[in-house]
Design a protein around this ligand. Structure first.
Ligand code: NAD
Ligand code: MG
Length: 382
């Protein structure tokens, strides 16, 4: 029996992880944390019987406690709750399926307690990779990628000599606006941005895919996960999303991982690594597929990717500012307060306003996040 805890159990990655638990009776859920979806969390608790659960607000936690009075489950709350679940004595692996920098402290807490991490929460590595990766090494903890591109790279490295890797090739679908001009982007609407061509995901990452910011975050995530120089990471637009990413070796040979666009495969690979369990679902039919294609990313139109590469190169606290500005800009776009093209403009404004710190600690990272929100609040007329 493998005991796991999940942060973000009511989201896209969280619910797909629970579907895998349903299909694999040797997985046991001991802790679940969610933001505010009390109805779904209650259902999950009744089905999976965790010992500890948490929600974001104390009011929601109080309500959940009343609803679950018939069960032997403890309800905890907010950041303290996330950390309690991350540290649970009986848990062996933590699935970080929460969105945003709120994942930093619980991830560090879990590593300190020697829990392996199935990491979906890329924002944590982007902003605190310089803290997380050395800590994981020190504690002998595995950081297993859930993000499909990083899982593909990880799969393509099995049995290989990592010293011989010459390039990581991260594929990108190009999102719903691939091929559009800057002028055409001016008037795109929220519902268009939420229509991802190949993947069904949470709202924040779906918008990040439309701006190509997601690919920029993934370049930074890959840099930390695989300890790779930025100039050895290339983004390749591949609209069919069949090749999930590739690794080139010193002899020019390229290993790739292919499959239908279904997040359950990378999630399951992280849960059972190094085993490959049978999985239901559609298979790639190459006759039906016919051809797959590749393009260079258009960084002049999708300036979010260009800014991400700049943030990655500058390093230190700059990726935190990039990420925090993007988190806030996306939430303003999702609530109809700004236009799509303002997302990279806001990111750039915050990067310009920031004074870089080399190797920030957790407190400094969280202070940079706050400072970024304040820049947006004070300079943006909504
Ligand atoms: P989502 O919005 O569908 O779900 C997020 C989950 O986190 C929900 O359960 C929500 O309740 C919870 N949450 C949010 N804020 C919280 C808070 N402050 N406290 C406690 N819980 C909170 O998001 P998602 O699409 O599942 O993405 C999760 C992470 O995985 C993101 O970092 C994303 O970039 C990454 N990721 C997602 C996909 C995908 O297919 N969805 C693919 C690759 C990577
Ligand atoms: Mg991805």
């Amino acid at each position: 029996m493998k005991k796991i805890a999940i942060l973000g159990s009511t989201g896209s990655i969280g619910t797909q992880t629970l579907e895998l638990v349903r299909d694999n009776p040797d997985l046991q859920v001991v802790g679940l944390a969610a933001g505010s979806n009390i109805d779904l969390l209650e259902k999950q608790v009744r089905e999976f019987k965790p010992r500890l659960v948490s929600l974001q607000s104390s009011k929601a936690c109080g309500d959940l406690e009343v609803r679950l009075a018939d069960l032997p489950v403890e309800v905890v709350c907010g950041m303290e709750g996330l950390i309690r679940i991350a540290e649970m004595e009986e848990s062996e692996l933590l699935v970080t399926a929460i969105v945003g920098m709120v994942g930093i402290r619980p991830t560090i807490a879990a590593i300190n307690k020697h829990k392996d991490i199935a990491l979906a929460n890329k924002e944590t590595l982007v902003t605190a990779g310089h803290i997380i990766m050395p800590l994981a090494k020190e504690k002998g903890v595995s950081i297993l990628p859930v993000d499909s591109e990083h899982s593909a790279i990880f799969q393509s490295m099995q049995g290989e000599n990592r010293e011989r890797v010459s390039r990581l090739l991260i594929t990108a679908s190009g999102g719903p606006f691939r091929g559009k001009t800057r002028a055409e982007l001016e008037n795109v609407q929220l519902e268009d941005a939420l229509k991802h061509p190949n993947w069904s995901m949470g709202h924040k990452i779906t918008i990040d895919s439309a701006t190509l910011v997601n690919k920029g975050l993934e370049v930074m995530e890959a840099k930390w996960l695989f300890d790779m120089d930025l100039d050895k990471i290339q983004v390749v637009v591949h609209p069919q999303s069949i090749i999930h990413s590739m690794v080139e070796y010193a002899d020019g040979g390229i290993m790739a991982q292919l499959g239908t666009p279904d997040m359950k495969l990378p999630i399951q690979y992280a849960l059972f690594y190094p085993d490959r369990r049978p999985m239901k679902g559609k298979r790639v039919d190459f006759y039906e597929l016919g051809c797959i294609t590749f393009e260079r990313p258009d960084m002049e139109t999708f300036t979010g990717l260009k800014l991400a590469m700049r943030a990655a190169k500058e390093g230190g606290s700059v990726p935190t500012v990039f990420n925090a500005a993007n988190e806030r800009a996306v939430s303003l776009f999702l609530t109809g307060k700004i236009r799509f093209v303002q997302i990279p403009e806001i990111i750039e404004m915050c990067m310009e306003a920031h004074k870089r710190i080399e190797a920030p600690n957790v407190e400094e990272i969280l202070a940079c996040e706050q400072e970024t929100y304040e820049v947006i609040e004070s300079r943006l007329i909504l």
